[in-house]
Design a protein around this ligand. Structure first.
Ligand code: ZN
Length: 184
């Protein structure tokens, strides 16, 4: 679905609202909006404190957590266990694509082979990184999205998956690319 169309439908259905007491609610959950620079700063501080590898794992786990928490909410709200998995997948991506990270597109998917490839042509974090630090970096930066994809496809395929960001704009690639395979 078109991003704007999806967002409008959500607004109409009251799924996103700002309350009188200063809360923003998305699907019944409090949400807080952070500028991309703040997210980037969090990554920078974490990397300084615990090193790049551990920081990556923490951010990855955060992405996993968000998806798990969302699934719990949708289970209560929409009884999604009874719905078609492809419909749920579209719904999850429709939501992800209005959160400001960029536009994620599933380029390849096989439920049979339990494999998926996702690309994001305009990931916000690398764009912000390149402007802020004025240099590329060796390590891909979209660990949060990677964690989110990892849990999404674990849920879709009902099997542990190995997720990897194989291309990242922050490393000089033209777009970000994420590979999801099951662990053999
Ligand atoms: Zn990336």
């Amino acid at each position: 679905m078109e991003k704007s169309e999806f967002f409008e439908k959500m607004l109409e259905a009251g799924q996103f609202s700002i309350t009188e007491d200063g809360h923003a609610l998305l699907f019944g959950e409090f949400v807080m909006l952070f500028p991309s620079g703040t997210v980037l700063k969090l990554i920078e501080l974490l990397e300084k404190e615990v090193g790049e590898t551990k920081a990556s794992k923490i951010i990855f786990k955060l992405g996993e957590f968000q998806l798990e928490a969302a699934i719990k909410r949708y289970k209560k709200r929409y009884d999604i266990d009874k719905q078609d998995k492809r419909k749920i997948l579209t719904f999850l991506f429709d939501i992800l694509n209005i959160l400001g990270w960029g536009y994620a597109k599933i380029d390849e998917i096989s439920f049979e082979k339990k494999y998926a490839k996702i690309t994001m042509k305009n990931s916000a974090l690398p764009e912000k990184y390149l402007v802020t630090y004025k240099k590329k970096r060796k390590r891909p930066i979209d660990q949060y999205l990677l964690g989110w994809f990892s849990k999404t496809f674990f849920y879709m395929f009902e099997k542990e998956v190995r997720a990897k960001e194989t291309k990242c704009m922050v490393c000089g690639d033209k777009y970000c690319e994420f590979d999801i395979k099951t662990k053999s």
